[in-house]
Ligand binder design. Structure first.
Ligand SMILES: C[S@@+](CC[C@H](N)C(=O)[O-])C[C@H]1O[C@@H](n2cnc3c(N)ncnc32)[C@H](O)[C@@H]1O
Length: 267
């Protein structure tokens, strides 16, 4: 906020009320220039309109999970700390929890979830072990079921992909992102920039495809001899390849190691 002084304004959205509270404290110095809203990214356009943030000069999506969420045992995001199998970003919503998925999905649905959202090649083996062991209520119970059937590969814990898959499914993260990206483009002023930091390949692939498509004048399939679509580029790519953290950054913040930043500019 110091860089946007004296009159730059910031609208921040998060599904997590705890994140909003923390941001209020951290940004207290700039409170007259900051609006923080408890909301999902898929309501970005509506929230920006209603708080007078249209058009926007820049929009940043910092996706995924925060260190605060990961460290809080009551949230159930970490397999290293025991806690309820929750994993909701928005704990005020009555919706689905990880326990619901783990205990109520059919074997096939569980396998599909682990494969689709965790790219877990051992999805069948893990899903079968979960179905045999349920009901499961805690993160440690789930992690130990997985440890029994999957051998550790290098430094990666065998439960990593399952926890990622459940978290993405509980929060419907990919649909939220799919809905939010076009809204962001619609809010930007010409020359305004859209930046997205993703933390896994599913997110990054979705962002890459969206930015590529929006930076092309024609999106007809290659076999069509003359353009039949009315598509016009709305973005210009600033990053052709994602920006990855430097070794120094990873040394000071190891959780940044999987981050990928992509940026485009509104034309
Ligand atoms: C990587 S953290 C952001 C960390 C923050 N930039 C910081 O520096 O402390 C990602 C945040 O996005 C939030 N989040 C994830 N998906 C969301 C969505 N669809 N709508 C709103 N917030 C979301 C999570 O609750 C989490 O607080």
């Amino acid at each position: 906020m110091a860089a946007s002084s004296p009159d730059g304004r910031l609208l921040g959205l998060d599904r997590d009320t705890a994140a909003i509270e923390t941001a209020h404290v951290q940004l207290a110095l700039y409170s007259e220039r900051v609006t923080l809203v408890h909301s999902s990214f898929n309501r970005l356009a509506e929230v920006a309109q209603s708080h007078g943030y249209v058009p926007a000069d820049g929009i940043l999506f910092d996706l995924g999970l925060s260190s605060l969420q990961l460290a809080d045992p009551t949230r159930g995001f970490a397999f290293t700390i025991d806690g309820p199998l929750d994993m909701r970003f928005d704990s005020t919503a009555d919706g689905l929890t990880a326990a619901t998925l783990v205990n109520e999905l059919s074997l096939q649905e569980l396998m599909d979830t682990l494969y689709q959202f965790g790219e877990e090649v051992q999805a069948r083996r893990i899903a079968e072990a979960i179905v045999d062991a349920r009901p499961l209520y805690t993160t440690k119970e789930l992690a130990s079921v997985i440890e029994r059937v999957v051998r550790r590969r290098g430094r990666i814990h065998p439960a990593t992909r399952t926890f990622q898959a459940l978290r993405i499914a509980v929060n419907d993260e990919l649909s939220m992102l799919t809905a939010a990206l076009p809204q962001a483009v619609g809010l930007l002023s010409p020359g305004g920039r859209l930046a997205v930091i993703g933390f896994h390949s599913l997110e990054d692939r979705l962002v890459k495809r969206f930015l590529r498509r929006e930076s092309r004048d024609c999106i007809c399939p290659p076999e069509v001899p003359a353009c039949l679509c009315d598509h016009r580029a709305t973005l210009r790519l600033i990053t052709r390849k994602p920006i990855r953290p430097t070794a120094d950054e990873i040394a000071t913040n190891p959780r940044a190691r999987s981050a990928r930043l992509r940026v485009a500019e509104r034309v």
